[in-house]
Ligand binder design. Sequence first.
Ligand code: IMP
Ligand code: MG
Length: 177
Amino acid sequence: VSLQLHDLTFSPFISEETIDRAIARIAQELKRDFNGKEPLFIGVLNGSFMFAADLLKKLDFPLHISFVKVASYEGTKSSGTVSELIGLKEDISGQTVVLLEDIIDTGNTLEELYEALQKKGVAKTKIATLLYKPKAYTKKIPIDYVGLEIPNDFVVGYGLDYDGLGRNLPAIYKLKE
Ligand code: IMP
Ligand code: MG
């Protein structure tokens, strides 16, 4: 059963059941580490909306929830891109934050987010991602909670898009070779 999005064809890769089991395991780990600490979970939009919803429903201790978008632009000073967190109005200084990501590929997005959170004075930042491509990752920031490690294939579904399409799919598909 393949799926057409724009010009590309995708085939089934990770089932709803496998996703659910991976999320249940992360939920157990988070409960072990954050029960009683009232952490702030920050979902990175758009991709993490489904993961965040399904994961947070499985956590049964008091916690805070917020969402951010990242706007990246070329900095006027020095090199590289500068990232701004959009949507985070509350004061998060001193908080323990758990960042929720749909996927970590090169880690560029993660690094920018991480630095932006440090600038806001958070006490501690932990990272939870549903999908992780270890062969693509180029950064040193530890990834604390991983749902599933995958090869360097392009995937869609469960929040992830190909040029705007595919986010609504309840399972994950990969590009057909
Ligand atoms: P990174 O900055 O290279 O780690 O890439 C992170 C962002 O790229 C994710 O938040 C996704 O939006 C996008 N991305 C990376 N890999 C994929 C993929 O396989 N499918 C869809 N989007 C992806
Ligand atoms: Mg995308």
